[in-house]
Ligand binder design. Sequence first.
Ligand code: KIV
Ligand code: ZN
Length: 515
Amino acid sequence: MDRLIIFDTTLRDGEQSPGASMTREEKLRIAKQLERLRVDVIEAGFAASSNGDFDAVRAIAGTIKDSTVCSLARANDKDISRAAAALEGAAHKRIHTFIATSPLHMEKKLRMTPDQVFEQAKLAVRFARRFTDDVEFSPEDGYRSDPDFLCRVLEAVIKEGATTINIPDTVGYAVPELYGRFLLDLRERIPNSDKAVWSVHCHNDLGMAVANSLAGVKIGGARQVECTINGLGERAGNCSLEEVVMAVKTRRDFFGLEVGIDTTQIVPASKLVSGITGFVVQPNKAVVGANAFAHASGIHQDGVLKARDTYEIMRAEDVGWSANKIVLGKLSGRNAFKQRVQELAIPIESETELNAAFAKFKELADRKAEIYDEDIQSLFSDEAVTPHNEHFRLVSLAQRSETGEKPHARIVFQIGAEEVTSESDGNGPVDASLRAIERRVKSGAELLLYSVNAITSGTESQGEVTVRLGRAGRIVNGVGADPDIIAASAKAYLSALNKLYTTAERLNPQTSLAP
Ligand code: KIV
Ligand code: ZN
């Protein structure tokens, strides 16, 4: 059977969404989960974009054994050498080089002639082949490029040794049938097209990234899909991995393709990415949304109870949903906790991390009688278990609110080694708490988003709060979980401040001017 290669770019294209930037440790945790998910290729980053990204790609390359690790590089020797250096320790490595080929991008962004782009593309692939025989080439804004010019460039880069040809719909302009035919036309016209694997890379600006990718596979004959967990990505995001994989698996009768993904790792991957980036998954999101398998109407419930497949085309457990099980409680010991953490396939970096999580578990179990799998997962997405990131940390919070009275909050928190106390009034208890923090920190950041979600069902559920802050063009997200949503809000705000005060600046490949 034909095989479809799953190329995950959560750590590169996904990370380009404002506020989604991740630390090296966070990227490493996600990469390990992607390996458990058995993705074929992990695009770990854009090594030349910053020292931080270089380190992250290098750490992932040195850790991941089963998946191919890839770095993006613009079509120049400097970027490609940097990618090659970061990938040196990889068991399987790929260099992904790109240059824009649409008239608009060549003229306005690159200020290069088509002939110059043609030469540069060839030289880049030739140079990349010095470091690995797995080289991918992308003509950026490929879908809006002139097909004749594209045929000329792609034939030449395949001759130079490109083994994967990726056709990006960079701005999400395509519609399924046209995109599929565009790919087919290229493959039919390029004499050496059979020497490369063809790949699709679709953005979701018109909500068609998944449909376009599947059309590229079905009509265009692509055998690689580039996608991200939860569809994370700039603007409206990228093609979502979970949707493409489950479409191909569920409609195997139509697509006739194999994918190597362990689908039971999809929901854990979704939760990990959402917890780390602070990009909450909408409840009605296909496959990974909280309501994706919830049957509310009586007719549907009745049908599902009688025969599951009356209203279900996939099984929740096949994509990694666990049934909100009460797993542990106040009396559970460290061994029981460790065992459940292992069953949930949560990676534990060290005994220190396990101990920190166990201490937090005990604290939580004192306040919440029933601890669910989701609660345990939230302990590990909480920054409190990775203390090296924490410059700001909540110690305690007291707040008073009463009908007709102005709410007031008093917060004690750590700034580095110093413990500080701050107080404020506010419009509500959340407002008062965040103002109290801001009164002391004076970050001057603008609050761009505040949202609360229940981690499990019922009023005794923990609240998970996401806070998005913006300052001087930089956007960061923070997440905090606690049975008390005011405390969760303060944790989320402090977590966002922790990110705001780290200084990793990165280049964005799509907006950078130089080729
Ligand atoms: O969307 C795009 O064009 C890209 C390329 C760099 C592959 O992400
Ligand atoms: Zn992209």
